[in-house]
Design a binder for this molecule. Sequence first.
Ligand SMILES: [Zn+2]
Length: 274
Amino acid sequence: MEKGIKNCPNCSGKVALRKIEKKMNFRGEDISFQIEAYVCMECNMEIATINQTSNAQILISDAYRKKVGLLTSSEIREKREKLGLSQKEFAKRAGFGIASLKRWENGIIQTKSMNLALKAAFQDIRVGNNYTGNRALSIPRIKLVMKGLENELGETFLEEGDMMLFDAKYLWYADMMAYHRLGRSLTGATYAALPHGPQLNNYKELVDLIREADETETEPLTFEEKRILVRVALAFPRKQLIIDAAHREQIYLEKKIGEIIPYSDASKLTEIPL
Ligand SMILES: [Zn+2]
C-alpha cells in the first residue's frame, strides 16, 4: 500500500482524499473520467501520488477507448479472466505477443485491427478455437490471401464500394480448405451465414481495414498455403461459379441467418475436391 500525503507541499495545509471529475481532449475526442487525488483544504492544490498518476493514465486511455468503441484495459482483463486464462495462456491461445497483451491491459491503446483481433479471440476461445481455425485474426493476412487469389484468378478484389460478395466466398473456401488440409486457417477470419452466402463476420467493419492493410506486415504464405489458393482458383475460375457453389453447400444452408459457420464444418464441403 502506497503511503498517503498528509500536508500540502505548497502551503503545508491539511489535505483530503477526493474523487475529482476531469474533462479533457485526448486524440481529438472529448473525454471525461474520475480520478482519485489529494486536495489541499487551504489552497485547493491537487496532489497525486505516483500510483494515482499512473492510474490516471489508464483512466484517460480507458475513457478514450470507451468513447471510440475499443475494449478498455479492464474489459480486456475481465474477459481474459472469465476464460480462466493467465496473460501468458491467453496470449498463446489467441496468437498475440505476451508483451502486447500486457501493454493493452496496462493502458496502451490497441489499434482498431488489433481490437477486432482481440474481440475475435475472446469469442473464439469460448468455442474451442473453432471460429478462427486455430489462428488469431490477421487483417494483413486477409489482404495477402486476396492478393494471392487475384494473381491466380486475374480478377480484382476490394474495389471501391465493394461489399466483398465475391471476395469473401474465395476467402471462405481458402480458409476452410486450409483448415481441412493443414489444420489451420490462412487468415483467422470468422464467417457467418448471411443471405448472400457465407460472409466475413463483421465485414462492414473489416472492409476498409483490409483495403488499408499492409500485407507485408504478416508472415508470408507457405508453399502448402499457396497450393490451397491454386486449388480454390482452379475450382472456381469465375466469380459467379463460387457464388453458386457456396449457396449449394449444406454447411451454409443449414445455418440460420447470422449464425457462425465453424471451421469444423470444413470436412463437409461438397462443391470443391477435399
Ligand atoms: Zn495548500
